[in-house]
Design a protein around this ligand. Sequence first.
Ligand SMILES: Cc1cc2nc3c(=O)[nH]c(=O)nc-3n(C[C@H](O)[C@H](O)[C@H](O)COP(=O)(O)OP(=O)(O)OC[C@H]3O[C@@H](n4cnc5c(N)ncnc54)[C@H](O)[C@@H]3O)c2cc1C
Length: 349
Amino acid sequence: MAKAEFHVIGAGPAGAAFTYFAGLKGYKVNVYEMLPAPGLKPCGWAVPRKVDEILKIPSELILTEIRGFRIYLDGRLVGERRESGVWGYIVNKPLLIRYLLEQAERVEYRVRAHVGRQGLIIGGMLKAESSSVVVAAGNLWSDAPRDRIYAVQVLLEFDKRLEDPDVVEIWFDSGMVGYYWFFPEGEKRARVGVGGYEEPQSLLERLERFLREHPKAKLGTRVEPIRGSYIVVSGPQQHLMDGIPPVIGEAAGLVYPISGEGIRPALESGKKLLEALESGKPLSKLMEKTVSMMMRQKKLLDIVKRAPSRLRAAVLEKLPIEASIALALGDVDPLTVVRKVLSRLPLIG
Ligand SMILES: Cc1cc2nc3c(=O)[nH]c(=O)nc-3n(C[C@H](O)[C@H](O)[C@H](O)COP(=O)(O)OP(=O)(O)OC[C@H]3O[C@@H](n4cnc5c(N)ncnc54)[C@H](O)[C@@H]3O)c2cc1C
């Protein structure tokens, strides 16, 4: 491995994390990003605090420390929790990616550099030598899993300081498998979006309605237009993670299917891939815990998708706030939680 040179396709959190850890160990890393700058993909920028176990996010890149959750169902508040401790962060994702790319000397990254599948060469730029290792960290690179949902989002700005700038809101609608979010960003901004199993146009209409009706959102001014993207919810694709080239991040299905949380597992996969390449162990083995939690979440998602909306609403109603938070943070076995809740419900016809 000492002489290996890496070619990383895609400068999202996964590719940037791999680059960071490989760069710090002195490897030469070339990064290719097809967009004009890193981190342009629409995203809520929320990460659970457990991200600290993967890497320390510089404090100046943390826009909000999340200390509270509110859960709504069909417009009603069904759970609320506030802590003195920190549950997670809203991070400046583009700056975090840039930071990860810029810490080591032997790293070069290019933007507007789309790498095609044909022989890994674009405009003669990428010519892999035998000592080179290609890392696929971009959705469009690999045979991206087709099981995905769409999500749309907008950034709002407010004249006055938000009432609870450290509380995130999740709004469920029993008529949809998915959710809306209101994520404060600093004291006068918020990212508001919706994602789920519906067509992009229908999600767009849902978001417009939500923005008109949400008590805080309706007071905001749009800083950016509404933008959307797909989120892979297939669960981890171990054959891609352990394949050649190795695939990391969302392109390998490494997203928590219930919450759509993809930044933390992308960072983890970037870090662990270096360990896998150095040790010869499979990446899927090194990420065993995350992989198995995601697979269980995927099973639950498949059940939720098939369930009638009345049952979904009843489960959400009975779900203790702690369980919702733990599910959102990917901390508990989702099937156990739901089994417990179902045992408390009357039989629903
Ligand atoms: C609206 C929305 C909100 C979200 N909110 C959150 C959230 O709050 N928290 C969270 O954890 N997750 C969230 N996600 C999911 C999260 O954004 C992704 O799962 C995460 O960014 C995945 O990181 P990644 O590095 O694997 O892939 P990406 O972020 O997709 O990065 C891959 C990069 O590779 C580039 N690329 C792809 N193909 C090529 C190619 N052939 N050549 C060159 N470059 C290429 C892309 O342009 C991209 O920049 C959200 C997603 C959406 C759509």
